[in-house]
Design a protein around this ligand. Structure first.
Ligand code: 5GP
Length: 243
């Protein structure tokens, strides 16, 4: 196969800015206050959101790292930034689902809240023009998005990271419903869990209910995003300066 993964360059995304770090092979991940939904159709700036998601991401990356999942985290920088490894990111959104909601409910007509006997692993092709379609593994190989051996490793680690995070959130009163991960490789083709892990990238419901504590409150205008995210941070034992 002629595939070669590309290193991610500095760029400004919807919720974050990635720029080159102080030393070779590092990048700074800066968390913005912007929030978007529906592929950028719904937008807002919510002061303080970046700080909250940075603190949540830092703690959760440390948690999975402590549980033997290699992540891109190098160290904390300041209240909005962390230092991470520069990676070639697979153009995939890796989703693990514990209960049905969101796109799987629309796609398969499942009842919202249906609990899966085993967590479901899905891959989406990261492509704005195509609106990040759900794809099969064979599509990923044909499009040369990832090698089969790498996808096996990604799958195992995503399922394991989901287990770790699910157990943690249960302990602080939330059900982890689903979560989106991104993975990448370094110069030596070692695989790392990358990106943020925050209420922007997962769904949390108050334990035993369907009450959202994640970006769905913004997507569906159900509650105030800032106080919702602050509640998650608080239950995680995090103190956010200025709040
Ligand atoms: P769904 O496929 O049901 O829309 O999303 C499944 C999970 O992946 C949810 O936790 C959702 O927040 C996350 N997710 C899916 N696509 C994206 C995306 O483009 N950006 C972010 N931040 N999260 C996503």
């Amino acid at each position: 196969m002629g595939m070669s993964y590309n290193f991610s360059m500095s760029y400004e995304g919807k919720a974050k800015i990635m720029k080159d770090g102080p030393s070779e092979g590092t990048m700074i991940m800066y968390f913005k206050d912007d929030v978007t939904a529906g592929n950028g159709k719904k937008k807002a700036v919510i002061e303080g959101k970046g700080k909250i998601n940075k603190a949540i991401t830092l703690k959760l990356l440390k948690l999975v790292e402590e549980n033997a999942i290699p992540t891109h985290l190098i160290e904390d920088i300041d209240d909005r930034s962390i230092l991470v490894k520069k990676l070639k990111i697979f153009p995939l959104e890796v989703v693990v689902r514990n209960k049905a909601t969101g796109s799987i409910v629309r796609r398969l007509g499942l009842e919202k809240g249906l609990e899966f006997e085993r967590p479901l692993f899905e891959i989406f092709y990261k492509n704005d023009d195509l609106h990040d379609p759900l794809i099969c593994q064979e599509h990923a190989f044909m499009l040369e998005l990832i090698y089969p051996d790498d996808l096996l490793i990604v799958r195992n680690r995503a399922l394991r990271a989901n287990e770790i995070l699910k157990e943690y959130f249960t302990s602080i009163g939330f059900d982890l419903i689903d979560i989106k991960f991104e993975f990448g490789v370094d110069e030596e083709e070692n695989i790392y869990l990358a990106d943020e892990i925050s209420p922007d990238t997962m769904r949390l419901w108050a334990k035993g209910t369907t009450e959202s504590f994640d970006k769905d409150v913004f997507r569906e205008d159900k509650a105030d995003l800032l106080s919702t995210y602050l509640e998650v941070a608080k239950r995680m034992g995090l103190k956010i300066e200025g709040f």
